[in-house]
Design a protein around this ligand. Sequence first.
Ligand SMILES: NC(=O)c1ccc[n+]([C@@H]2O[C@H](COP(=O)([O-])OP(=O)(O)OC[C@H]3O[C@@H](n4cnc5c(N)ncnc54)[C@H](OP(=O)(O)O)[C@@H]3O)[C@@H](O)[C@H]2O)c1
Length: 310
Amino acid sequence: MQRRSTVLLTGGSGMVGRNVLEHPAATEWNFLAPSSSELDLTCRDDVCRYMKARQPDVVVHAAGRVGGIQANMSAPVEFLVTNLDINRNVIMAAADAGVPRLLNLGSSCMYPRNAANPLREEMILSGELEPTNEGYALAKIVGARLCDYLRAERGLAYKTMIPCNIYGRHDKFSPEHSHLIPAVIHKLHRAKVEGARKVDVWGDGTARREFMYAGDLADAILRGLARFDTMPDTMNIGLGFDHSIDEYYRIVAKVLGWDGVFEHDTSRPVGMRQKLVSTERQVEWGWQAGTSLGDGVRITYEYFLSDYLK
Ligand SMILES: NC(=O)c1ccc[n+]([C@@H]2O[C@H](COP(=O)([O-])OP(=O)(O)OC[C@H]3O[C@@H](n4cnc5c(N)ncnc54)[C@H](OP(=O)(O)O)[C@@H]3O)[C@@H](O)[C@H]2O)c1
């Protein structure tokens, strides 16, 4: 695709969207990034009108009603219906307006709960979903399948990237909303400031998680724009390796300069033992994440100090 093409980025104010917009290669594209107050993606007529009026060359769909386990469990109807509406409206409005390319963002929650690791793209819809965020995952699967159908039926280049968990700048640090890395940063920062020598870790610390720096996901998305036609139709974006919960705590402690001790609370739930996506297709496509965990945590901590705590 030609540089300076017009890209409609949904979710431009979210964590993924902001990392895309602040990536150095973003200057090569002409981004339209309406906020939800400018364009409510749950309103079908507005989305169709916007798409027809602006005629983007490509859509990057990174908007969604996103939340943690508690929010998903307490409002499954909202997570299912809002995300179904958003995904359908964005993808069908693009198709009906004749937008030739669309990059849809999936999530690793689309994989069955009991699928063997590493999770390969063809395992989607091969088993039961994790019940705690089933509604959200169903809406994501519908979005990805709709892209498959539109490729087959209308010859549109509508593709899905399935990123592993991400962390980084513009992350959510409040205890009710944060994922593992921002939660550990917040907790160890407090321990450091308060002079605490002991910090609790839920579980025995051996469960494994794959977290990629958000700037690297932005890099994969921008490479996808530049080489759209070579990109696989459905492709995981991950690291190819994971770390134990204890390793994440140790690396965050090192970056923050906190040298206390961790106490494991094995009465607390830890969720799945492992969730690692296969990077076979991504490696074949020629892309790999470039930011080490230490560097990613350092940048995220700087963001936490300068933007979140300010
Ligand atoms: N974060 C992760 O670890 C991760 C991992 C894998 C995949 N993903 C996927 O990446 C995508 C973005 O995630 P994120 O972490 O960036 O989420 P986020 O920070 O919560 O951002 C969500 C974005 O969606 C927008 N949005 C929500 N409802 C909208 C509506 N009705 N109309 C218009 N815009 C609306 C929000 O706009 P407002 O702020 O204006 O409401 C915001 O820009 C999601 O599809 C998610 O599944 C995320």
